[in-house]
Design a protein around this ligand. Structure first.
Ligand SMILES: [Zn+2]
Length: 61
C-alpha cells in the first residue's frame, strides 16, 4: 500500500514547498487530507493527487 503522507511530503519537497493540487477541484492537498485522497501515477510519470470525491469527475469529466 502506498504511504500517501510520504508521497505528499515528497511532492512538497520536490516542488519547492508547493503542496499538490487536486486534479478535480484544484484545492491544495496536505498531509492531513490523505485519508480522502487517491494517488495516481501516469505512464508519463506525472503524479496526480485527487480527492476520492473528485475521482469520478476527473475520469468521466
Ligand atoms: Zn478535489
Amino acid at each position: 500500500m502506498i504511504d500517501l503522507k510520504k508521497m505528499v511530503k515528497r511532492y512538497y519537497n520536490s516542488h519547492f514547498g508547493e503542496y499538490p493540487q487536486c486534479e478535480g477541484c484544484g484545492v491544495k492537498i496536505s498531509e492531513s487530507d490523505v485519508s480522502d485522497v487517491e494517488y495516481v501515477r501516469t505512464k508519463r510519470k506525472t503524479e496526480m493527487f485527487i480527492h476520492k470525491a473528485c475521482v469520478s469527475r476527473v475520469w468521466h469529466g
